[in-house]
Design a protein around this ligand. Structure first.
Ligand code: ADP
Ligand code: MG
Length: 491
């Protein structure tokens, strides 16, 4: 039931399917030898083919084809030995050919699936319909001149993989997890750099709503979303919009929508076009693509360990939960970091879960706050391992550990250095703690009477006072034990 949203009159379920556009990681374009480098000066990477000069002929880039096959294998999908490039005709200023070379009836990759893992330990498969190769268009720049639109063709002809899912997704969170998983797989495969900010990975989101158990409703498609946050926002907004229309007796028009990132709202861009509007036909300049089984086998043998394999290995080796293991393996840099941390000290092998927590909650939140990535983390894996070792060996408390981590983050010093410099070592000396407790008891005799009179809750107060007295350094267990024994003795 928690997948449902409540309208004014009914409960509704979202039905979502994603078309992910992933830029193929390749030095040159799909049908020309121009560079694909991001951020170069406008129109500096445009060959005569990319500019669609008359008489130019496309030549297929073998490497891009191999990258698509690799990706298909990584998505557990069927690789088609035979595929065809078609012309998808439409008119737009940043599309000099007047058509996009894409694949329609015969895509290079067929049905596959991707697994997403939930916090509660369950998983779900999202089915992939297909993956096809196509050219990217150029870019229209509307904000360079008040009265003109400029066109930059650097992106024109860059290879894209369009990965189409079945409408198996039911919530904005699932949509986010699905695209994260795709991104993760592609990055492990090294077939896409996964950079959503630069637009290397973006998605069109199809969404409809229905009453549970009913047939799928009419969908709208929200174009070109390049962050997971926007994908979720757009889905939420669009679902609400559709529910309001349906509950007031209206019908949904199948529109293509744009999402305004500033207002968080969607608005219609155009009526949904049908395939026949594009007048698809096989590109006469290109032969059908035939990939022999042996070539596919060769590519198969080059596939590296993928996130799901690594996840299962982590579950087995470290007895981690499915969810923890999936978070750790989502990005290769995270699993590498974890490996480096846990291998930095032999004793740490016994505390994998604690290391996971320090990485995925404490360190990640510091990185987030500072807009940093794990690969430029000021805290090295080895130093994080050392911090966890100090905690698990009871030299410092977990609470002080958090302060130490923050200090490590800003000063780049090691945990040991900070603990020594600031004298943060946990006090485990019985006698020393006893002294502190006696002081607290004698200074709060009224409270002590109340506690002994049955006000159990006051124990926390004494613990707090004693902790304050030791600047948080007392070992909590020893402190509690002594405190309880002292307070009973008085009775
Ligand atoms: P088109 O070729 O017109 O884009 P497709 O059938 O290929 O249409 O579907 C495009 C995307 O829309 C797919 O990701 C699919 O999962 C999704 N989709 C199809 N029907 C629905 C629906 N009723 N609600 C939400 N998404 C849908
Ligand atoms: Mg489509």
């Amino acid at each position: 039931m928690d997948n449902l949203i409540k309208g004014d009159k009914h409960y509704w379920e979202m039905v979502i399917g994603l078309e992910v556009h992933a830029q193929v990681k390749s030095n040159s374009k799909l049908f020309s030898s121009s560079s694909t480098k991001f951020g170069s000066s406008p129109n500096s990477q445009v060959s005569l083919v990319d500019a669609a000069m008359p008489g130019m002929l496309p030549v297929i880039n073998k490497y891009c084809v191999e990258q698509a096959v690799k990706t298909g294998i990584g998505l557990n999908a069927k690789i088609n030995n035979y595929s065809v490039f078609d012309r998808k005709n439409y008119f737009y200023a940043d599309l000099p050919q007047g058509y996009q070379i894409s694949q329609y009836k015969y895509p290079i990759v067929g049905e596959g699936k991707v697994t997403i893992d939930f916090k509660d330990g369950t998983s779900k498969d999202i089915r992939i319909v297909r993956l096809h190769l196509e050219q990217d268009a150029g870019k229209s720049l509307h904000d360079q001149n008040p009265s003109k639109t400029y066109v930059d063709l650097n992106r024109s002809g860059v290879a894209l993989m369009e990965i189409v899912s079945e409408p198996d997704i039911r919530t904005p969170e699932e949509a986010g997890m699905y695209i994260s998983k795709i991104r993760s797989i592609l990055m492990y495969l090294d077939t896409c750099d996964g950079n959503m900010q630069e637009g290397s990975l973006r998605a069109d989101v199809n969404i409809s709503v229905r009453k549970p158990g009913e047939e799928y409703g009419t969908r709208c498609e929200i174009k070109n979303l390049n962050s997971i946050k926007f994908i979720k926002q757009a889905i939420n907004y669009e679902a609400k919009r559709q529910i309001e229309i349906l509950e007031s007796g209206g019908t949904i028009e199948q529109n293509t929508m744009l999402f305004n990132t500033a207002t968080g709202k969607t608005r219609p861009m155009r009526n949904k076009e049908e395939a026949h509007d594009y007048r698809y036909f096989p590109d006469p300049d290109l032969l059908p693509l035939k990939i022999p089984e042996d070539d596919i086998k060769l590519i198969q043998s080059s596939i590296p360990e993928l996130p799901d394999d690594l996840k299962n290995k982590f579950i087995e080796t470290f007895k981690l939960s499915n969810y923890d293991a999936s978070v750790l393996t989502a990005e290769k840099q995270t699993s590498d970091y974890f490996n480096d941390a846990i291998n930095s000290d032999p004793d740490l092998k016994n505390f994998p879960k604690i290391i996971v927590n320090w990485i995925t909650s404490e360190l990640f939140s510091l990185l987030n706050k500072n807009n940093l990535d794990l690969k430029n983390s000021p805290v090295s894996a080895k130093n994080l391992g050392q911090l966890v070792k100090l905690i698990t060996s009871n030299e410092i408390s977990g609470k002080i550990g958090k302060d130490v981590l923050e200090e490590m983050f800003t000063s780049r010093k090691s945990a040991r250095e900070i603990v020594n410099e600031k004298g943060l070592k946990q006090v485990t000396d019985q006698g020393e703690i006893e002294k502190v407790i006696e002081k607290v008891i004698s200074e709060n005799s009224k409270m002590v009477q109340e506690y002994l009179g049955g006000k159990d809750k006051l124990l926390g107060f004494f613990v707090g006072q004693a902790m304050k007295e030791t600047k948080g350094k007392a070992n909590p267990k020893i402190l509690n034990d002594i405190l309880k024994s002292k307070l009973i003795k008085k009775n």
